[in-house]
Write a protein of this length. Structure first.
Length: 41
């Protein structure tokens, strides 16, 4: 069985490829938010 951390990591990869399916993208766009990807150094 996978840990919560492993499941979250996998979900982030899947959701980032198709954000419209997993997040309220249209509603956030209407509010003026912009989708960006951040990378930690």
């Amino acid at each position: 069985m996978k840990t919560d951390k492993e499941l979250k990591k996998e979900f982030k990869i899947i959701a980032s490829k198709n954000p419209e399916k997993y997040y309220a993208v249209k509603a956030l766009d209407r509010e003026g938010f912009i989708r960006q990807t951040m990378y930690c150094l």
